[in-house]
Design a protein around this ligand. Structure first.
Ligand SMILES: NC(=O)c1ccc[n+]([C@@H]2O[C@H](COP(=O)([O-])OP(=O)(O)OC[C@H]3O[C@@H](n4cnc5c(N)ncnc54)[C@H](O)[C@@H]3O)[C@@H](O)[C@H]2O)c1
Length: 245
């Protein structure tokens, strides 16, 4: 890895991606925030001294285009973190198949596409790279109404392992960070509802949701030189939720 890391964060315009961007910028990385919400990405980039890129991770060729743009601007790429994600819920018996496809497209194929583009760039550079995929506690457990989301996050878990196996030969590590319920727009509906919030907090030994910075700290470790022999791992950052079962 280079002395000055160049890091690309998808979904870097809000929530966990914005916190990852801020944490990696604070440690000295050159950070590119990529998001389909360009204004959000620009806002975060301005706050942290990074740059912004408009990117819909589901667009054909999006991964290669984003990596090309980063390399054109900054000369190389060292770290990719795939925070772009969506959650759609509803009773499985009436969940439209198209909606399931959309969730899988963003969360799984979108993560794969940019990871693969990054790996090709890492292989060309010849000095390895770090990829961190954002899974979820729902990579392991399902909650009611989560057929699409849990299927997508279970796939992200196995995607991380498969990529780790394939790309170790390039010196590329691939790991999955798995947030529990985290205080962002995505979970505002459930955390804002007192009854749902109480049910969730009862399942979390630490008794609080994660802050986006809690997730970012785990990503920072796995994308650093201190995690050189860790690949194919799944790291829950969940206040003990999965431990309670
Ligand atoms: N918030 C939680 O409780 C929680 C828990 C577990 C896992 N996660 C995961 O963490 C990741 C980030 O979630 P968050 O809570 O920050 O959500 P968020 O909604 O706050 O932010 C998601 C960001 O991704 C962007 N995005 C969505 N679809 C995109 C696309 N097609 N192309 C490019 N950008 C796109 C959005 O514009 C937004 O900026 C997601 O993968 C989510 O599933 C979140």
């Amino acid at each position: 890895m280079a002395d000055m890391r160049v890091s690309l964060i998808t979904g870097g315009g809000a929530g966990i991606g914005a916190a990852v961007a801020a944490t990696l910028a604070a440690r000295g990385d050159v950070v590119v925030c990529a998001d389909r919400d360009l204004a959000g990405a620009q806002r975060v980039a301005a706050e942290i001294g990074g740059t912004a890129l408009e990117m819909d991770v589901t667009a054909p060729g999006a991964g290669d285009a984003a990596v090309r743009a980063v390399v054109a601007q900054h000369g190389r790429l060292d770290v990719v973190v795939t925070c772009a994600g969506i959650e759609k819920t509803g009773p499985a018996e009436t969940l439209p198949a198209d909606l399931v496809r959309t969730v899988l497209d963003v969360n799984v194929v979108g993560s794969f596409d940019v990871a693969a583009a990054a790996c090709r760039q890492f292989a060309e550079q010849g000095d390895g790279g770090r990829i961190v995929l954002i899974g979820s506690v729902n990579s392991m457990i399902a909650l009611p109404g989560q057929a699409a989301y849990a299927a997508s996050k279970g796939s992200v878990l196995m995607l991380g392992k498969a990529l780790a196996v394939d790309w170790a030969k390039y010196g590329v590590t691939v790991n999955v960070v798995a947030p529990g319920v985290t205080d962002t727009a995505m979970s505002a509906g459930s955390l804002g509802d007192p009854e749902k919030r109480a049910t969730m907090m009862a399942r979390i030994p630490m008794g609080r949701p994660a802050q986006p910075s809690d997730i970012a700290d785990a990503v920072a470790f796995l994308s650093s030189e201190h995690a050189g022999y860790i690949t194919g791992a799944y790291l829950p950052v969940d206040g003990g939720w999965l431990a309670l079962g």
